[in-house]
Design a protein around this ligand. Structure first.
Ligand SMILES: Cc1cc2nc3c(=O)[nH]c(=O)nc-3n(C[C@H](O)[C@H](O)[C@H](O)COP(=O)(O)O)c2cc1C
Length: 186
């Protein structure tokens, strides 16, 4: 197995972070990995908001939870009301990925960028987790205010996000992969 395959195989979602931000070079490298992801027709019409401001992270977390409280889904409803729950697991960095909502396949473009960032973080020994709860913010009543605050361009939609930071707990257990059926047709 080569290094890239090893990193992909060992990556696990990190849901417990140390409070300090990783060094600047690592953060830049992760964002560059996102930017390097393929996009349909090579459009590269993505926008990355890298949030490190603690107050803004807290505001975003509250906004996620406010929307979750209004949802029918029992798990999400409970998390919205759970004072101990932080949608970003107190990670020091949240990277929000938006894409041009008028372009086809833009959701896949953003997902490709998100996954690249997860792998890049793992390759640097950092923890990361895909967070789609962030999307609730942009369906809620404060959507426009947050779009403005984050500088999300007109016509762009938020499709994914990742949290990144130093792992507070390094998970070593091997993941059981079930489902994801594969058929070979030779
Ligand atoms: C599309 C997508 C959305 C996700 N959204 C969330 C989320 O909002 N919150 C969260 O804690 N984990 C989220 N996850 C992470 C999954 O819970 C995690 O990937 C899954 O449990 C498998 O664990 P692993 O990444 O360690 O293999 C998301 C993953 C994907 C692919």
């Amino acid at each position: 197995m080569n290094e890239t395959l090893r990193v992909i195989a060992q990556r696990r979602s990190c849901k417990k972070f140390l409070p300090d931000s990783p060094d600047e070079a690592a953060v830049r490298a992760i964002v560059e990995a996102g930017r390097a992801a393929p996009s349909a027709r090579g459009r590269q019409s993505r926008f990355f908001a890298v949030v490190r401001n603690k107050q803004l992270l807290d505001e975003l977390n509250s906004a996620v939870k406010d929307v979750a409280k209004t949802l029918d889904d029992e798990y999400l409803h409970q998390q919205g009301h759970n004072a101990d729950y932080n949608a970003f697991y107190h990670a020091p960095i949240l990277i929000i990925v938006a894409g041009d909502g008028n372009k086809s396949m833009v959701e896949a473009d953003c997902a490709a960028a998100n996954q690249n960032m997860l792998i890049a973080a793992e390759s640097l020994g950092l923890g990361a987790c895909w967070i789609n709860f962030t999307l609730f913010i942009f369906e809620g009543q404060h959507a426009e205010a947050f779009r403005k605050k984050l500088g999300i361009p007109e016509g762009y939609k938020v499709y994914c996000s990742v949290v990144v930071g130093s792992k507070a707990i390094a998970r070593s257990e091997k993941k059981t992969i079930q489902g994801n059926d594969v058929h070979f047709f030779d």
